[in-house]
Design a protein around this ligand. Structure first.
Ligand SMILES: *Cc1c(COP(=O)(O)O)cnc(C)c1O
Length: 390
């Protein structure tokens, strides 16, 4: 159903097969070389931007070490992520506390460790920041409609209406904080570049109205993530995102665009992982059923949670794929005793009719939101293991 070479070159594929041949399944193999390539490409596409890697996408130490060497900053969501990043020698001045949902004592912990940049979207959180991280730089997250064009929307839960963002930035100043800027996230795997235009327009409105009415001069727009990885549905190349978004910024701000922060997660690491699973069982629900159920040893609870609502559609290939192999429709499901543990049922994936228990399946582009976005031991199954290939 999928052409492996549309997603990965022969040489990288062979390197992966060699690296992974003796690893127990299920596992995820992360290609560090590819992450480096993606980072450099993003940096070169947005030469004016400051990159804060969204650690949650793939928090493995080899990944953090690599991005540290490449000069990335880090978007952190919890004290545990903070500890990990600090333990690698990364200092608080390169860290942004981007989660709007945080305990007062965690704010204090970040402050004690040198972090001075905080996201917020509510009054209570702002007051906590003023108290436990005095003088820090504040950016307010605005609500942005991700629309139908984001495969993993991240909407509703975060951000506030621009009018409220305005009030919070005024209040930040009153509380002795530095009103620094605004942020948004247009939804992860956002396939409609135009959404950035609407979001930047909202930011522009806040920049100008705060300056005119309150004398508050904001410095920064944090444009979050949303840049694509390579899944089944086509997207524009990153260069189109870069040229369009750069144009929106210049349309609104002329020659003097504010400091721009990007928080890429998926676009840096998504294409850089392959999840290997083993077929446990293949069955049909009645004697004439056209579709086979393919149960495999990874599922919603160990690696493939983003298949929820069949949102992220990974290319899946099998070791039986090959020219002339007849394929048939399958329902792909995981190994646990939970009926939610079905990855694709409505979308009809096809796999070779010769597929047997014990065969390997390869889930391509599974570098983001797989390794740690998982249960601990539901049904006793351990978390999926991640390996890092240079
Ligand atoms: C998850 C997250 C990101 C990363 O988004 P991607 O679409 O994976 O690039 C960036 N910023 C914030 C605040 C996030 O929560």
């Amino acid at each position: 159903m999928f052409n492996r070479s549309d997603y990965i070159s022969d040489s990288e594929w062979n390197r992966f097969l060699e690296f992974s041949k003796d690893l127990e399944t299920p596992n995820v193999v992360i290609n560090l070389h590819q992450i480096k390539y993606n980072f450099i490409k993003l940096r070169d596409s947005f030469p004016f931007a400051h990159i804060y890697y969204a650690v949650k996408a793939c928090p493995g130490e080899p990944v953090l070490r690599l991005l540290n060497e490449l000069g990335s900053n880090f978007d952190i969501a919890s004290r545990y992520e903070l500890d990990r990043v600090l333990s690698l020698g990364i200092t608080g001045d390169r860290i942004s506390y981007g989660n709007t949902i945080k305990k007062a004592r965690d704010i204090e912990y970040f402050y004690q460790n040198g972090v001075r940049m905080f996201a917020t979207d509510s009054k209570d959180d702002l007051r906590n920041i003023a108290k436990f991280a005095p003088g820090s730089r504040i950016f307010v997250r605005m609500l942005v409609e991700a629309g139908q064009s984001a495969d993993w929307p991240l909407s509703r839960k975060f951000g506030c209406h621009p009018d409220m963002a305005y009030d919070l930035l005024v209040q930040a100043k009153e509380l002795g904080l530095t009103p620094y800027g605004v942020s948004f996230h247009v939804g992860s795997q956002q396939r409609d570049i135009g959404i950035w235009n609407e979001a930047i327009a909202k930011a522009t409105y806040l920049f100008s109205s705060l300056e005119e009415e309150e004398g508050i001069k904001l410095s920064m727009i944090n444009m979050g993530g949303g840049f694509p990885a390579h899944y089944i549905q086509p997207t524009n190349p990153l260069s189109d995102y870069a040229s369009e978004i750069t144009r929106y910024l210049h349309d609104d701000f002329g020659d003097e665009i504010p400091m721009i922060v990007l928080e890429p997660g998926r676009s840096l690491v998504g294409d850089c992982g392959i999840l290997t699973s083993e077929v446990v069982l293949i069955s049909r629900k009645n004697n004439t059923a056209l579709q086979r159920w393919v149960y495999q040893d990874s599922g919603k609870f160990n690696g493939l949670v983003e298949t929820m609502d069949e949102s992220i559609k990974y290319p899946v290939i099998s070791e039986k794929d090959g020219p002339g192999e007849k394929e048939g429709e399958v329902i792909l499901a995981g190994p646990t005793c939970d009926s939610a543990d079905i990855m694709y049922e409505n979308i009809k994936y096809k796999l070779p009719l010769s597929l047997k228990a014990g065969d390997k399946l390869y889930w391509l582009s599974t570098g983001a939101y797989t390794g740690t976005y998982a249960s601990v031991e539901f049904n006793g199954f351990p978390p999926i293991k991640t390996y890092y290939m240079e």
